[in-house]
Design a binder for this molecule. Structure first.
Ligand code: PEP
Ligand code: MG
Length: 894
């Protein structure tokens, strides 16, 4: 079958529909749909996005047959409207507009009045009986074509227009110097002069006459629209907005209607509901006697729709009718563009309207209550960004100009939200500043566990290295703290206490702003706003919980985080990283360091006994906060070198504090050094070597649980062994865990049920999951390590090259960052296989995920599909995971 590149739309014949958004773009499919349901749409045609794709694939050449198809559609359009393109008596004029499948501000603007030339302008004047109007349309066209299609600086035209107004119009009207001359004051003969001048500007800068052949004008405009798809601003916009899989823009050619024909004409933009609050009120602006670009250029202040109603009730009524029909038809809030020509309404665009996160929830819930959509449809409309938007502070979007001016650098958007503060370069200073109620941003090359105090104290964290599962990202995510990592262009000079990006230097104490939702960093303090979660959010999340089939837990290490997570809907803890508890206070830090430095078992046990009460207290707090929900506590995981100081200064301080010779500490730290610590002495390899650490941690867990139970708090502990690689290894630790736990339970005469299970983080454990399930009562997939080890890519260093792997315009090897969204093809295959093998051995095996993927919607959908019992994520992502779980269920049912 012959390929079709052009789709016609008119009231009589509409070849496209709303389902063809990918092919016709948002604008094209909306116009086709509106035309087909009988709304007043000026006729026209759409050149498909596929043409754009082929254009780039064929070295900027159009596919064969396109020109002929465009010609045929032009003839069809002429027939439909009864006018001829370029006609000297009654010319057909068209607009040319771009329209991608997703709305993309920053793409090419519109070209209006195309088809005007020295001949047809006279025809338009004659036909309308309004020569001034025809000349005005012509000067607009020359300016739009010259600037938008040919790249002439708009200012060249504006300057000429202003000069004319001041030198001629002002004199003619005798206006004082301070009085503004309006565009509408310029008369016919002055416009005639202006057209001549505009053409001269065009010739001077382009080196050719302004094209008189309408066909040449048309192709010049079509070229420009397709060319704009790859313009830097459009490419950047798609990258920032993570728009992928969209092949190109469409081009819409449509008969012109005129909003600038007098007081009964005008043009406007409106939303069928308030896009900020979500209220069911008609919302928009209207400009009397104007063309579309006047609204954008802001040359006059538009009036509100309520004033439009008063000024022109008949036209307004037509618009209200259209609003009702379109909402009923599209079943969503629409963003409309329209023109009124001499009292007749024409629709120029309809598309799903962008809205604030708060409005998203209100509109979805209202539409269910109005029986416009089902609850399921409402839920499928909500995106993770909408939920993020109502919990995190954001940069007040009114500061677009400042943002442009003060942009400094961009990194990886690790934790959303925004933060402002003074730059500090070390954690201690961040803590000290926070103690004085100063707001700071902690800037580090990378962070380490020693920095957690300062990270917590800071408003936001910025690092030059690392990816989405680096230490900084994981810790900050747990707190919902704005964080940008992997900012490779950032030079940090700790000695000089300054950061720089190219020539720009920011010194300690100067303010910066982070936008963790986009990864962008700005100089200065931007104004932040914190949206309030609307009541409709609670209503909608109630529906979510009724629908979803999988539980949502949280990764939390403190009673505070645990409580926060429960408030956000968590139904248990899927991962409590116990080592974070060792850093909380100096007393704890010293105790663990003393344990590491001790060279006898008795010495280690003595130091561990100092830690025991702290761990126990933390566990009690967490059990209380979780009030009967399961709590999975993981035994020590990181390599021991992470707990000891590495600089001579700090080692000397430690020596003094714990009364051990400096040399001994130095040697021990040296001894702990590993060439490849991520594959070294960590996880359960530590408790195989030092089972006394396991003894202390299990004791703390079980004693805390028994004491809580005795006080009437329901407890459900699950003890988790990390990084298991073998059944025998797990068995040794499981037996020891049960010996300690059962001993305590027996001594206390308590009735306590607990589980012992393992993380699946190493490919070998996934491969041998059937054997491991003989010992484990549950599996929890640690997909941060499982991704790292399956792919052989360091989770802490991936920032150096992964962005290129993910960028469609660079290598484009992966569609997503595998540390953020589970690599379903590779790592996912191991997960799926391990679940099947594990359940073959033990059908009731409880299975969850606690890697960062547990809060990523696509990964949550995968976890549902492969039959996990729960996902676990940081507290602030709990609502996102709940929603994703419900969406997965709805999709599965559908
Ligand atoms: C994991 O590896 O996925 C995990 C949850 O453990 P951690 O991030 O602490 O290594
Ligand atoms: Mg891990």
């Amino acid at each position: 079958m012959k390929e079709k590149f052009v789709y016609f739309f008119s009231k009589k014949l509409s070849e496209g529909s709303k389902e063809m958004k990918n092919l016709l773009g948002g604008k094209g499919s909306g116009l086709a749909e509106m035309a087909s349901i009988g709304l007043p749409v000026p006729a026209g045609f759409t050149i498909t996005t596929e043409v754009c794709d082929l254009f780039y694939k064929n070295d900027r050449h159009y596919p064969a047959g396109l020109e002929k198809e465009v010609d045929e559609n032009m003839r069809k359009l002429e027939k439909e409207v009864g006018k001829k393109f370029g006609d000297a008596d009654d010319p057909l004029l068209v607009s040319v507009r771009s329209g991608a499948p997703l709305s993309m501000p920053g793409m090419m603007e519109t070209i209006l009045n195309l088809g005007l030339n020295d001949r047809s302008v006279a025809g338009l004047a004659k036909k309308t009986g309004n020569r001034r109007f025809a000349l005005d349309a012509y000067r607009r066209f020359i300016m739009m074509y010259g600037s938008t299609a040919k790249g002439i600086d708009r200012e060249e035209f504006n300057h000429a227009f202003e000069t004319l107004k001041n030198q001629h119009t002002r004199k003619r009207l005798n206006l004082a110097a301070h009085v503004k001359v309006n565009d509408t004051d310029v008369d016919e003969s002055e416009l005639e002069k202006l057209v001549t001048e505009f053409k001269a500007i065009y010739k001077k800068l382009i080196g050719k006459d302004f094209p008189q052949d309408p066909k040449e004008q048309l192709w010049g405009s079509v070229d420009a629209v397709f060319g704009s798809w790859m313009a830097e601003k459009a490419v950047t916009y798609r990258r920032v907005e993570k728009i992928k899989g969209v092949v190109g823009t469409a081009v819409n050619v449509q008969q012109m209607v005129f909003g600038n024909m007098g007081p009964k004409s005008g043009t406007g933009v409106c939303f069928t509901r308030d896009p900020n609050s979500g209220e069911n009120i008609f919302y928009g602006d209207y400009l009397v006697n104007a063309q579309g670009e006047d609204v954008v250029a802001g040359i006059r202040t538009p009036i509100k729709l309520s004033e439009f109603e008063k000024a022109d009730p008949r036209s307004y009524e037509q618009l209200v009718d259209v609003r009702r029909i379109l909402e009923g038809h599209f079943k969503d809030m629409q963003d409309l563009e329209f023109t009124v020509e001499e009292g007749r309404l024409y629709m120029l665009q309809c598309r799903t309207g962008k809205r604030s996160p708060g409005a998203t929830f209100k509109i979805a819930v209202d539409m269910v209550n109005e029986k416009l959509i089902s609850k399921e449809d409402a839920l499928l409309r909500i995106k993770d960004k909408d939920i993020e938007g109502i919990f995190y502070p954001i940069i007040d979007p009114d500061q677009k100009d400042e943002m442009k001016k003060n942009f400094l650098v961009a990194g990886i958007d690790a934790v959303p939200g925004a933060a402002t503060g003074k730059v500090v370069f070390n954690a201690k200073e961040a803590e000290a500043a926070a103690a004085k109620s100063e707001k700071v941003i902690l800037v580090r090359k990378e962070t380490s566990p020693e920095d957690v105090g300062g990270m917590h104290a800071a408003q936001g964290i910025l690092t030059a290295t690392g990816g989405k599962t680096s230490h900084a990202a994981v810790v900050a995510r747990g707190w919902g703290k704005c964080c940008i990592v992997g900012c490779e262009k950032l030079n940090i000079n700790y000695e000089k206490e300054e950061l720089s990006v190219g020539d720009i230097v920011v010194k300690k104490g100067e303010e910066i702003t982070l936008n963790g939702s986009t990864g962008q960093v700005y100089r200065g303090a931007m104004r932040l706003i914190k949206p309030e979660p609307p009541a409709s959010f609670t209503t909608l999340m109630g529906w979510v919980d009724k629908i979803r089939a999988i539980k949502v837990r949280t990764n939390a290490d403190t009673p505070y985080d645990a409580r926060k997570a429960v408030e956000l809907g968590a139904e248990g803890i899927g991962l409590c990283r116990t080592e974070h508890m060792f850093f909380d206070t100096e007393e704890r830090r010293l105790a663990i360091q003393e344990m590491i430095v001790a060279d006898t078992l008795a010495g280690r046990i003595e130091a561990l006994n100092k830690l025991l009460p702290f761990q126990k207290e933390d566990f009690k707090g967490i059990f209380q906060a979780m009030d009967g929900f399961p709590v999975t506590i993981r035994l020590i995981d990181p390599p021991l070198h992470e707990f000891v100081p590495h600089t001579e200064d700090k080692q000397k301080q430690l020596a003094q504090k714990i009364g051990v010779p400096f040399e001994k500490i130095r040697l021990r730290v040296e001894q702990l050094h590993e060439a490849n610590p991520m594959l070294g002495h960590r996880g359960c390899r530590l408790t195989i070597t030092y089972p006394e650490i396991l003894d202390m941690q299990v004791r703390a867990i079980i004693e805390a649980a028994c004491e809580c139970a005795a006080a009437g708090v329901k407890v459900s502990p699950e003890i988790m062994i990390p990084l298991t690689i073998d059944k025998k290894e797990l068995q040794i630790l499981e037996i020891r865990t049960r010996q300690v736990a059962d001993g305590i339970i027996k001594t206390k005469g308590a009735k306590l049920k607990y589980l012992v299970g393992t993380m699946i983080e190493v490919p070998r454990a996934a491969l041998l999951a059937d054997q491991i399930a003989e010992v484990a009562e549950f599996f929890s997939f640690g997909t941060n390590d499982l991704t790292q080890m399956t792919m052989g890519i360091s989770r802490d260093d991936a920032g150096k090259f992964l962005p290129e792997y993910v960028d469609e315009k660079k290598a484009g090897i992966f569609s997503d960052d595998p540390f953020q969204s589970l690599d379903q093809a590779g790592v996912g295959m191991l997960v799926k296989m391990a679940i099947e093998k594990g359940r073959k051995t033990k059908p009731e095996l409880k299975i969850g995920i606690c890697g960062e993927h547990g809060g990523d919607p696509k990964s949550v959908e995968f976890c549902c599909r492969v039959g996990m019992n729960y996902v676990s994520c940081s507290p602030f992502r709990v609502p996102i995971a709940r929603l994703a779980a419900a969406q997965a269920k709805i999709k599965e049912t559908k």
